[in-house]
Design a protein around this ligand. Structure first.
Ligand code: GLC
Length: 528
């Protein structure tokens, strides 16, 4: 392992998220896979990332893009084999990259052996106790046990032929496990060991705050009493391994105090900062969010993380080009006017902000190319249950999952080998200008900005984990130092602003005009 990832690497790592289906297709079937990832590991390490997070790679009917897992100890044949996954781990380590796998403890696929056994076992069988099977209401049980709604829309209960209903917080193809059952707990600790034994450095924990529930008693499922015991157990498992294995929570909770409890020294190591991701492009709002983030992490001794994109969120070039720049799933609408030029300028500025704040940072594949949300996908091609279960009102998440453009002037832009069938989602023809090849060597490209920023992140000791201090700045401007020699300035105001006294501009997202930083731009400075 290289020096840059030594020690508690997750405290300051820049983590590159690989959405495997859309990263690179090695075997020519139009779907990304492990062979494609292996062929492009050097792209990620050359970019300057310290680790990769790979979205679920397990066998799955893909009712929710792989978050419907049929077997937690194997690899979906569309991606490759377990032996190939072990090679990915080894080769990533050889190139200085840590590897984070994505585990989904709240639910499985309806094709999982346990759920199939529960269906076959019938009412009252012990196999049903691993899930939430209940009788319905009404004279003949024809009404769901409660009125709880699924996070993806529609009822959270589905009836099976023998008349019972089962709970699914997400799609019907994703039955919820019953975490009150000790067998579920033992199974997941064993699955954790299975992957840690294979050299996995970190586990991203999907929907981490919703495992505990008692659906007949209450509709509440977020952050319920008893959830912390589960992660204390996981931490004991991870700590028994040599090397620093990291537990990383997908904890969506509006209450930041409650969020921080997951990061106590006996629980998870880090968690995604969704309050930053959801924050408006507004200096005051961002400053308040950054202050709160740091304040809630400090008492538990955990590093913050900074995220502007992932496989669930409208891509930031699109988001920042809109009137409303906050993010909420419930607000997603089709046909929202968007200024992509403005969005890209802000996304560039946001990148330098995110990569210089104290803690870890996440880069979602394609973010480094400045890809926009693909909004004109034909409805017949959309796969996301969020789209289908909202009756099409919500465009869903397919638009941020379109396969990566690598090279060439037309689709599939090097995503698949020649003569392969079309990629599983079509790429816009305009991405000819957004390929890795096209952006490489162009000093004004998003890719070269990310490369330069990550290079500096590795050479500037004060970046990554540590502390920051705000410095005086005009209204609408964020300015802070890291250590004594480094400052980041982000101009979110409508006017150009003077930079604080400095010795050198290390990097800027748009040319300075008479030495001044323009609107929606940022700069990294070497101070005197
Ligand atoms: C997480 C994943 C998302 C998935 C959901 C259900 O939020 O990031 O993609 O649909 O969990 O597993």
């Amino acid at each position: 392992m290289s020096d840059r990832t030594a020690g508690e690497w997750w405290r300051g790592a820049a983590i590159y998220q690989v959405y495997l289906r859309s990263f690179a297709d090695g075997n020519g079937d139009g779907v990304g896979d492990l062979a494609g990832l292996r062929a492009h590991l050097s792209y990620i390490s050359d970019l300057g990332a310290d680790a990769i997070w790979i979205n679920p790679w397990f066998p799955s009917p893909m009712a929710d893009g792989g978050y419907d897992v049929a077997d937690f100890r194997a690899i979906d044949p569309v991606f490759g084999t377990l032996a190939e996954a072990e090679k990915v781990i080894q080769e990533a380590h050889d190139s200085g990259l840590r590897v984070i796998a994505d585990l989904v403890p709240n639910h499985c696929s309806d094709q999982h052996a346990w759920f199939q056994a529960a269906l076959a076992g019938g009412p009252g069988s012990p196999s049903r106790e691993l899930f939430w099977f209940r009788k319905g209401r009404g004279a003949n049980g024809e009404l769901p046990p409660t009125d709880l709604r699924s996070i993806f829309g529609g009822p959270a209960w589905t009836r099976v032929p023998d008349g019972e209903w089962y709970l699914h917080l997400f799609a019907p193809e994703q039955p919820d496990f019953n975490w009150d059952n000790p067998a579920v707990r033992e199974e997941f600790e064993d699955i954790l060991r299975f992957w840690l034994d294979r050299g996995i450095d970190g586990i991203r924990i999907d929907s981490a705050a919703v495992l505990i529930k008692d659906p007949l008693v209450s509709d509440e499922y977020e952050d319920q009493p008893g959830i912390h015991e589960i992660y204390e157990g996981w931490r004991r498992v991870a700590d028994a391994y040599s090397g620093d294995r990291a537990l990383i929570g997908e904890v969506w909770l509006p209450d930041q105090e409650a969020f921080a409890k997951y990061l106590r020294p006996t629980e998870l190591n880090t968690a995604f900062n969704f309050s930053f991701l959801q924050c408006a492009w507004d200096a005051e709002a961002l400053r308040a969010c950054i202050d709160e983030t740091i304040a809630i992490h400090a008492p538990v001794g955990a590093p913050a993380t900074w995220v502007i994109a992932n496989h669930d969120i409208t891509r930031e070039v699109t988001r920042f080009g809109r009137k409303v720049t906050t993010f909420a799933f419930a607000d997603k609408r089709r046909d929202t006017p968007t200024d992509l030029v403005l969005g890209e300028r802000r996304a560039r500025a946001a990148a330098l902000l995110m990569l210089s704040l104290p803690g870890g940072a996440y880069i979602y594949q394609g973010e480094e190319l400045g890809l926009e949300e693909v909004e004109d996908l034909d409805d017949s091609l959309r796969e996301d249950p969020m789209f289908h279960r909202s009756g099409g009102a919500n465009p869903g998440r397919d638009g941020c999952r379109v396969p990566m453009p690598w090279s060439g002037s037309e689709p599939p832009f090097g995503f698949s080998p020649a003569d392969a069938p079309a990629p599983w989602l079509p790429q816009p023809t305009g991405w000819a200008a957004r390929t890795v090849a096209a952006e490489t060597g162009d000093p004004s490209s998003m890719l070269e900005l990310y490369r330069a920023a990550l290079r500096i992140r590795h050479t500037e000791e004060a970046l990554g984990d540590g502390v920051m201090s705000w410095i005086a700045a005009p209204d609408g401007v964020l300015a802070f130092t890291r250590g004594h020699g480094f400052a980041c300035v982000v101009n979110l105001s409508a006017d150009p602003v003077d930079l604080p006294a400095h010795r050198e501009v290390l990097l800027n997202t748009a040319p300075l005009v008479d030495g001044r930083l323009g609107p929606d731009s940022s700069a990294w400075l070497r101070l005197a």
